[in-house]
Design a binder for this molecule. Structure first.
Ligand code: ZN
Length: 188
């Protein structure tokens, strides 16, 4: 089932989300719904607060980019992160152009470490600790920010924030054109 996506300005996007246990009700269905919602909106990541749940789950899905051949792989790479934690930041900080399904029509370069050590549970509650980089590390950091009540525009310089203030305001008042269903944005 495709779930409505919560828009910038909704209080749930500012909540510190809570870890879950394996007996969380209908967890498999929720995860399936989150993937379906993300793909329907052409996203590469989606965090539970974006579907109005203050819990620590995120889904990630993208086709990996191969720098050597300048092509995208056929196989979709998927990662379900439950109660994820960044144990260590590594490597250089790099800019990458980010967007967010909760903040449509805004894309900005965000500076983040290129490599992290990530600990998380998968959908079978198996624990993984991995050193990751590339797209996975980028999207994981964006989604874990959501679980901590942050959005990518918080990480912009004061100047960039000032330049997009009006557009953020449009999102808050529901003046956005998206093909997916949004909720929580205040209507004018
Ligand atoms: Zn986002």
């Amino acid at each position: 089932m495709i779930l409505p996506i919560v828009g910038y300005g909704s209080p749930i996007l500012r909540k510190q989300c809570e870890p879950i246990t394996a007996d969380y009700p209908n967890l498999k269905q929720l995860i399936a719904d989150m993937y379906e919602t993300m793909y329907a909106a052409d996203g590469v990541g989606l965090a539970a607060p974006q579907v109005d749940l203050p819990i620590r789950i995120a889904v990630i899905g993208f086709r990996p980019y191969d720098e050597a051949t300048d092509t995208y792989g056929e196989e979709e790479e998927r990662h379900t992160l439950i109660n994820p934690e960044i144990l260590e930041y590594k490597g250089e900080k790099k800019f990458f152009n980010e967007g967010c399904l909760s903040i449509p029509e805004i894309h900005e370069d965000v500076l983040r470490p290129e490599r992290i050590v990530l600990r998380y549970l998968d959908e079978d509650f198996q624990e993984h600790t991995e050193e990751i980089d590339g797209m996975f590390a980028r999207v994981a950091q964006h989604e874990i920010d959501h679980l901590d009540g942050k959005v990518f525009t918080d990480r912009l310089s004061a100047i960039r924030k000032g330049l997009i203030r009006r557009r953020l305001n449009d999102v808050m008042t529901g003046k956005v054109h998206v093909k997916y269903k949004m909720k929580g944005a205040r209507k004018k």
